[in-house]
Ligand binder design. Sequence first.
Ligand SMILES: C[S@@+](CC[C@H](N)C(=O)[O-])C[C@H]1O[C@@H](n2cnc3c(N)ncnc32)[C@H](O)[C@@H]1O
Length: 187
Amino acid sequence: MSAPAEVPELVARALDLSRRRGFITSTRSETGRLLAALAASRTGTLAELGTGCGVGSAWLSSGAPKGAHIVTAELDPGLSKDVQGIFHDAENVEVTCGDWTVLEQYAPFSLLFVDVREVMASIDLLADLLEPGGIAVLDDFVPSPFWPPIVDGQVDTVREQWLTDERFAAVEMLIDPDASLIIATRR
Ligand SMILES: C[S@@+](CC[C@H](N)C(=O)[O-])C[C@H]1O[C@@H](n2cnc3c(N)ncnc32)[C@H](O)[C@@H]1O
């Protein structure tokens, strides 16, 4: 896939923090560019579950229109503090420390980036956090040529559920040969 080498300044700061911390699960740039493109179509409040070193929220911030607000939650207090530091001048991002459920108070969301694996199974809770037309992005799936999707010899029931739930129009997208994500739009 071709893309410019340059990334937005806030993304560069977050990538630098990832390098310094040896944090290897930051969002890859292909996903980041997709988040920015989706964010540009949104208004209101966008949310991220699992801030990490801030890469995903930096991409969301780079794409979001003026007036849109991004909230992100991170369980690890040290990580959260570091990201608050590098985002000190980012007016459209609010970094919260705590379990992802602290973000429920900001719902409904026009976009929800779900980047904590264990949370993805909570489809009913997550569906209720989205406004009609709101978009959920779920990251980090292993592509499977089978239906239902099979990973490590077992059916990936979470992915199967998101791709078949009547409340959503959903699609799985290949990001790289070894990685895919789900985009699910709330009807
Ligand atoms: C895959 S990383 C996130 C990467 C980040 N979204 C990015 O764009 O680079 C998952 C993060 O979720 C955090 N986390 C795990 N459980 C959580 C929870 N219950 N609530 C909030 N954050 C959580 C982890 O500490 C970790 O930093």
